[in-house]
Design a protein. Structure first.
Length: 371
């Protein structure tokens, strides 16, 4: 592993972020770029926290006040958002508030950031459904068409563990552990590929069937969903030392690695292994973070880490954005929603974040993430 490659890649991503701070002053990048440039939007999407998380990483690495000031300025908008319930009727509280407000509290001790994050944790906990024992992902609660969980939520659970740790209230952790248990029961197929979403019977709470919102088909494997499994299992294992998780993690991860093309950037769905379908480089970046976290926790051996380094080097070499005024993202060739017709072969804010987190983990092994 040539650490210099990753140091240069992180510092390039940091320069891109700094050079385009003015693009997003008073706002946030949209979830996906348009022609590799992010439009500015308000704090009203599930991806906002990824941008603030990038700012916090850049600040930790460089100690530049410009990153600190930009991140802290955004914290105010997160409080306004949760107080006024601006697009918060969903499960993505960890993505939004963990990488912004929990990070701010951990790094600065800011009490208002802590209070804001706890309000987000309360909101997430309120979506827990007793019938089925899961956190409902989207939409109006307790309706047949919305009564489902999604694999992405594995990464939103850490804000609940954190909430119990800082308040002493065990109800947050209990909610997270129950959702984790249910997810593990239904989301993995016998070959350890994953469903994106899983429905439950509204009346009985019994598991009903797997489906997809983002993937090629209900029975295919959406690559970013598989990556959420790789990283999500490890983030939960950090808090829940269930001895059955490591073996499950290895099988989920082996499936992901076995379905990568030669250049290591996943196609948007593992139904495709070659051809002209779009890639989703963000899926590969997410999986790298999961592998590096697994190694940190002693769950996997060096061969997995070497695979992660190889993926990350390919991303840095072939998929990293150039430094110019035409592009204000960091990682090219991600796909937000192929079937939604949105953000296809673009920069995606979550791809930028997880790529930078993966690089930070390699460059600064002592660094701990905000989850």
């Amino acid at each position: 592993m040539n650490k210099d490659i990753f140091t240069r890649a992180f510092e390039k991503g940091m320069r891109i972020t700094e050079n385009h701070l003015e693009d997003f002053k008073g706002g946030f990048p949209s979830p996906a770029s348009v022609n590799n440039r992010y439009p500015k939007i308000e704090n009203n999407d599930w991806t906002a926290g990824f941008y603030t998380g990038i700012l916090w990483m850049c600040y930790e690495y460089s100690k530049k006040k410009v990153f600190y000031d930009a991140a802290m300025e955004q914290i105010k908008s997160y409080r306004y958002r949760i107080d006024h319930r601006i697009v918060v009727d969903h499960h993505d509280m960890g993505f939004i508030y963990g990488l912004s407000c929990v990070a701010a509290y951990k790094l600065t001790g800011d009490e208002s950031a802590k209070e804001t994050a706890l309000l987000a944790a309360d909101n997430l906990k309120s979506r827990f459904r007793e019938k089925g024992q899961f956190i409902q992902a989207w939409g109006e609660l307790d309706t047949t068409e919305n009564y489902r969980l999604i694999i992405d939520c594995l990464l939103n659970l850490p804000i609940l563990y954190w909430a119990t740790d800082v308040t002493g209230d065990p109800s947050y952790r209990s909610c997270a552990e129950k959702h984790l248990k249910t997810t593990r029961k239904v989301i993995f197929r016998p070959d350890y590929s994953t469903y994106h979403t899983y429905y439950f019977n509204l009346e009985t709470g019994q598991p009903a069937y797997g489906a997809t919102k983002q993937g090629y088909s209900n029975e295919s494997t959406w690559s970013r969903g598989q990556a959420w499994g790789v990283y999500g299992l490890m983030l939960n294992y950090l808090y829940v030392k269930d001895d059955t998780i490591p073996e499950e993690w290895r099988k989920v991860t082996d499936y992901f690695l076995a379905h990568l093309p030669e250049d290591k950037a996943a196609y948007w769905d593992f139904h495709f292994m070659d051809g002209k379908e779009p890639r989703d480089s963000s899926a590969s970046a997410i999986a790298v973070c999961g592998i590096l976290e697994a190694y940190h926790q002693g769950v996997c051996d060096k061969k997995y880490v070497e695979e992660a380094w190889d993926i990350l080097e390919h991303l840095a070499d072939l998929y990293a954005a150039p430094e110019n005024d035409e592009v204000n993202g960091i990682l090219l060739h991600s796909t937000y929603g192929r079937l939604l017709g949105d953000g296809i072969d673009e920069c995606c804010l979550f791809g930028d974040y997880f790529y930078m987190e993966a690089l930070m983990r390699v460059v600064k092994p002592e660094w701990r993430p905000y989850w």
